[in-house]
Design a protein. Structure first.
Length: 647
């Protein structure tokens, strides 16, 4: 008694691929058309061979059956065997090569013509179980055929499950070759294409789901993975006997899961996002795999009879609800998806009728091509939405880049204004410093000298000395303001060049020790003039008041921790400084100047022996910048930050 075969899962169709549907239908129509000269067998004589331990049905042995022939057998320790006989009458022996085409022969077998072996399709045995989904073309030597009656025999072996023999044709090899290629494409290649498309969709949507956790993305990913699992049932044609129950369980599980996922997706797209309907659909989808796992293969006929139509009914109800919402302009899936589901329902009903024996044996399973296209129909809107999101992101990024460029230009202009303002401030500070130096140095000296001249307190020699000191002070200021790349060392060299002849003329030997100094000393230009004035004052005091015969100026660098110090010592061998002279005006000026630049100033004197004036300046304290200017730069930086925040 023929029973239904394992049910196909529920899939759908996308209207965006209508052209593919037309091409597929054309190929199917061409495949269904019989060859012009080929002979199609409609009847077969079945013999159950006595090698089986199970007794053959009495009415089956030697009984004539109409193709397609389907029968179901229980699992048995040994492989069962059967023989199929076809009668062929020829008016003349063919000359050209002939072939035998088996479009549906799930168990294979040895083919004999008039008792002569012509070919074989591998069959089941104790180690291998076969389930052929593809067609087979067996070439026939024309000499095996005779004029008149011919007997074609197929000796087959089978195990448990449902078995099919249908679509047996014989005729010229050239005519059947093209039909075989079309049948192979529809029965096998289309399944591979569908599984590959589903795997690609699953990979794509898993990646998208990992980036954005949306339920619909997860549903599409799960549906695609389930379709890959369902397709493996049709693509795996040879397996160990113990693997067949697990493969059947995989088929039922993936078919039910795919149907459930598609129904839930339709309901969610139609506004019904409650968990009650979803859990009900999932529960019914799990009934079939659970029964197969617990009581297979005894429940297989009941699953095929009740459970598979139930899956089709669930999908039809979900489609009906979504279509109703669409007609009433409520929240519903887009039109192409609804059309795809309708085509999927028709394809599922066709496949169920095919396996139940209600349609011609030459028909192919429609869900092999409908399922992947349904996945495409469901995924395309989400891909379009993702692409639109990317397009919006690119537009937003372009707009953001434009705004950033505008802000950069504005910020650049503001920085230019700030730099111009700072340059003006620096110039004003520089003018102020020059004016202050001129006022404190040369201006004060000239003013005091003018008062003495007006009183007549200076003779010609004294007046010349005053003018000479004024010129020295002016040159000292010019040297400090017009520094070259040498910086402090260059200014000290110029100062030594001017002072050495004067000291020599006064009978004082000037010794200058600058060994071990680096090529450059990082001293800010504003610090150079105060240091020069301190050295000048020390030399002037030694020249005027000490009575020394030799004065030594030593320059060096000292490192204390991570700090570098410039040390300047002016030592004479004169009479020393008395207690009244330690607080003199010249020494007080040197202390004040050292204090203003943050330097350490020290005087050591021994009456009758000499005096040493020591200046220690920390070079790394301000990194070559005066304390006042560093404060000003910090204020400017804060102003820039405040301006940027306000943009």
């Amino acid at each position: 008694m023929a029973t239904a075969a394992p049910p196909p899962g529920l899939t759908g169709w996308a209207t965006r691929l209508r052209r593919w549907l037309v091409v597929s239908l054309a190929i199917c129509a061409a495949a269904l058309a019989p060859a012009a000269s080929a002979e199609t067998f409609f009847f077969v004589t079945l013999e159950w061979l006595p090698s089986s331990k199970d007794p053959a049905p009495p009415e089956a042995t030697g009984t004539r059956h109409t193709l397609p022939l389907r029968w179901t057998s229980q699992e048995a320790p040994e492989v069962q065997t059967a023989r199929f006989r076809f009668g062929l009458r020829l008016d003349a022996t063919p000359i050209e090569p002939w072939a035998l085409l088996l479009t549906h022969a799930t168990e294979g077998g040895r083919v004999l013509i008039n008792g002569r072996f012509v070919g074989e399709v591998p069959t089941s045995n104790e180690r291998v179980q076969v389930r052929w989904r593809r067609p087979h073309l067996i070439p026939i030597d024309p000499q095996a055929l005779v004029t008149g009656n011919n007997t074609i025999t197929i000796d087959s072996a089978y195990g448990g499950g449902t078995h099919v023999l249908a679509g047996v044709l014989i005729g010229p090899a050239d005519e059947l070759a093209w039909r075989y290629q079309r049948q192979f494409f529809l029965a096998h290649t289309v399944t591979w294409i569908g599984a590959t498309m589903a795997a690609a969709i699953a990979l794509l949507f898993i990646v998208l789901w990992l980036r954005r956790r949306e339920p619909l993305l997860a549903l599409v990913s799960v549906a695609a993975l389930l379709w890959v699992g369902r397709s493996s049932f049709f693509l795996i044609e040879t397996m160990p006997p113990e693997a067949l129950p697990w493969l059947r369980l995989l088929y039922y599980g993936c078919s039910g899961g795919f149907t459930a996922v598609m129904a839930i997706a339709l309901l969610r797209l139609s506004g019904r996002r409650g968990m009650r309907e979803a859990w009900g659909i999932v529960g019914f989808a799990l009934v079939g795999p659970a029964l197969v796992l617990l009581a297979a293969p005894y429940v297989t006929p009941f699953i095929d009879l009740l459970w598979i139509p139930g899956l089709i009914a669930i999908a039809a109800l979900a489609w009906g609800y979504a279509t109703y919402n669409r007609l009433r302009n409520l929240e519903a899936p887009h039109g192409p998806l609804l059309a795809a589901v309708l085509v999927a329902l028709i394809a599922a009903a066709h496949d169920y009728a095919l396996w139940s024996g209600w349609v011609p044996d030459a028909s192919q399973l429609a869900l092999h091509w409908a399922g992947p296209i349904l996945l495409v129909a469901l995924s395309l809107p989400m891909v379009d939405r993702f692409v639109d999101a990317l397009r919006d992101a690119e537009a937003a990024r372009a707009e953001l880049e434009s705004r950033v460029k505008e802000r950069e230009q504005l910020l650049k202009r503001n920085f230019e204004r700030l730099r111009a303002t700072e340059r003006l401030q620096v110039q004003a500070q520089e003018r102020q410093r020059i004016m202050q130096d001129m006022h404190d140095g040369l201006g004060t000296q000239l003013l005091s000298s003018l008062m003495l001249v007006e009183r007549g307190a200076l003779n010609q020699q004294q007046l010349a000395q005053v003018l000479r000191e004024s010129i020295d002070d002016m040159r000292l200021a010019i040297d400090a303001l017009a520094l070259d790349d040498g910086g402090l060392l260059s200014a000290l060299g110029n100062f030594r060049y001017r002072m050495e002849p004067r000291m020599r003329a006064a009978g004082v030997e000037l010794q200058w020790d600058a060994k071990g100094l680096p090529e450059e000393i990082d001293v800010h230009p504003d610090m150079v003039l105060p240091i020069l004035r301190i050295v000048q004052e020390a030399l002037t005091n030694a020249l005027k008041h000490s009575g020394a015969r030799a004065v030594r100026v030593s320059l060096g660098m000292e490192q204390v921790g991570e700090e570098d110090w410039l040390v300047v010592r002016v030592t004479d061998n004169g009479r020393g400084i008395s207690g009244e002279g330690v607080g003199g005006r010249g020494l007080m000026n040197m202390r004040n100047r050292a204090q203003r630049i943050g330097a350490q100033f020290k005087i050591e004197t021994v009456p009758g022996t000499g005096t040493m004036v020591a200046l220690r300046y920390r070079v790394t304290e301000h990194h070559g910048q005066p304390r006042e200017q560093q404060t000003q730069l910090n204020l400017n930086t804060e102003a820039v930050i405040e301006r940027v925040r306000g943009l």
